[in-house]
Write a protein that binds this ligand. Structure first.
Ligand code: SF4
Length: 393
């Protein structure tokens, strides 16, 4: 099979690897196509946290495994191909230069995890040495790979990832008992953490869930996410919504609405940057996130006793919990407070459209100027039953 045909198979297949979708420097890289494929460029934060375009490529679509949600599972009648490291370099180098892009290279498991991961590492070494590629490199390793190969991968890449797929060993056993979640996934992520702590992997570790595949709730996903951040130092967790694939054992299972993945991403953001705990966002009483309201607004709706807060005296951590306010907005308010009292909504007009929403949750020097519109709309949305929410997407 020639290289062009292989890329026609492998580049689109890499679209299952989630990455960020925001624009880079005002340009939406999502709409761009790599010349040899229909695979859109994604976006990832590099070692400095700067979003940059990333070319995604699967090195092999041949797989010995049977993960029930996966379009590449063994035995499915789909086009298959495998690239050599030389072919990877030949294919990607012109594209990386053309788009000034980074590379996310992943693989299915053609023979063994070890052999497939070796292909990724060999490709990375070739790019770094023969082709003197110094740009962003993210290798996604298969579960079960050895410590030695993880170290070799960590020495040539900016980011390593390994897909966790489900939030617990019990969920793993329910959908695919052939994989040992603790041994093949968690222990490997812990090794990556060790290399990160040793100063490698400047862009950190990432992982990805298949949301809804195991019938898990959002509480389970967010509890595990919080643990991944705090104990394993995972910098980025992606939430890919499960989609049933014809010819797989889960073909008849209901698709997960894409908006659920978005709500989980927003909730994850609250864990990392807003001081929320997973239990506050999705607890035993509310194990599923609202699909209509973003998780911060949904939390505000459940905690009316928290509002309104006095904008002139509230500490930063309290301001951060106000719907419509992010870290940048809080910083601006704190700066404005040094200049004088904030007495009415016009004094926070620098926040733009968010200022109206913020006014619904704060007092300006003891006075409330909100319309209550934000909470009214949130309450109406929250009253809709889940089935109704799902039917919207
Ligand atoms: S190992 Fe990866 S590529 Fe293979 S079936 Fe499982 S998820 Fe799919």
């Amino acid at each position: 099979m020639d290289l062009e045909r292989k890329l026609d198979i492998l580049a689109p297949a890499a679209g299952y690897e989630a990455c960020d979708t925001h624009s880079v420097a005002g340009r939406r890289y999502q709409s761009k196509k790599a010349a040899w494929s229909n695979a859109p460029l994604g976006t990832e934060a590099d070692a400095k946290g700067t979003p940059r375009p990333v070319l995604r490529l699967l090195m092999s679509a041949e797989c010995i495994h049977d993960c029930p949600y996966c379009p590449l599972q063994r035995g499915r009648d789909v086009p298959r191909a495998t690239l050599t490291p030389e072919e990877v370099a030949t294919a990607v180098m012109p594209q990386l230069r053309r788009y000034d892009a980074g590379l996310l290279l992943s693989t299915a498991v053609a023979d063994s995890a070890e052999q497939s991961a070796s292909g990724l590492v060999d490709s990375a070494v070739l790019l770094r040495t023969t082709h003197a590629y110094k740009g962003y490199l993210h290798l996604k390793l298969p579960p079960g790979v050895s410590h030695a190969l993880i170290e070799a991968a960590a020495r040539v890449s900016d980011r390593l990832s390994l897909n966790i797929e489900v939030p617990s060993a019990a969920h793993q056993a329910a959908i695919d008992p052939s994989r040992d979640w603790q041994r093949d996934v968690i222990a490997r992520l812990a090794w990556m953490r060790d290399f990160q702590q040793a100063g490698l992997l400047k862009a950190g570790i990432a992982t990805q869930f298949v949301v809804g595949a195991a019938g898990e709730d959002d509480k389970a996903l967010l509890d595990t996410t919080a643990w991944l951040h705090s104990e394993l130092g995972v910098r980025r967790v992606y939430y890919a919504a499960f989609q049933p694939i014809a010819g797989t054992p889960m073909a008849d299972q209901r698709a997960t609405p894409a908006v659920r993945g978005l709500r989980l991403t927003q909730a994850d953001w609250l864990l990392r940057h807003y001081g929320f705990t997973s239990g506050e966002i999705a607890g035993a009483d509310n194990p599923l996130l609202s699909l209509h309201n973003d998780p911060k607004l949904a939390w505000a709706l459940r905690n009316p006793q928290y509002f309104p807060v006095e904008i002139n005296t509230a500490p930063p951590e309290q301001l951060l919990r106000i719907p419509g306010l992010g870290p940048l907005g809080v910083k601006r308010i704190l700066r404005m407070r040094t200049l004088g009292k904030l007495r009415e909504p016009g004094h926070i007009s620098i926040l733009g459209a968010a200022s109206k929403r913020v006014a619904d949750f704060v007092l300006f020097d003891g006075k409330f100027y909100g319309t209550g519109q934000t909470m009214r709309a949130a309450r109406i949305a929250a009253l809709r039953p889940l089935a109704d929410q799902l039917s919207l997407w």
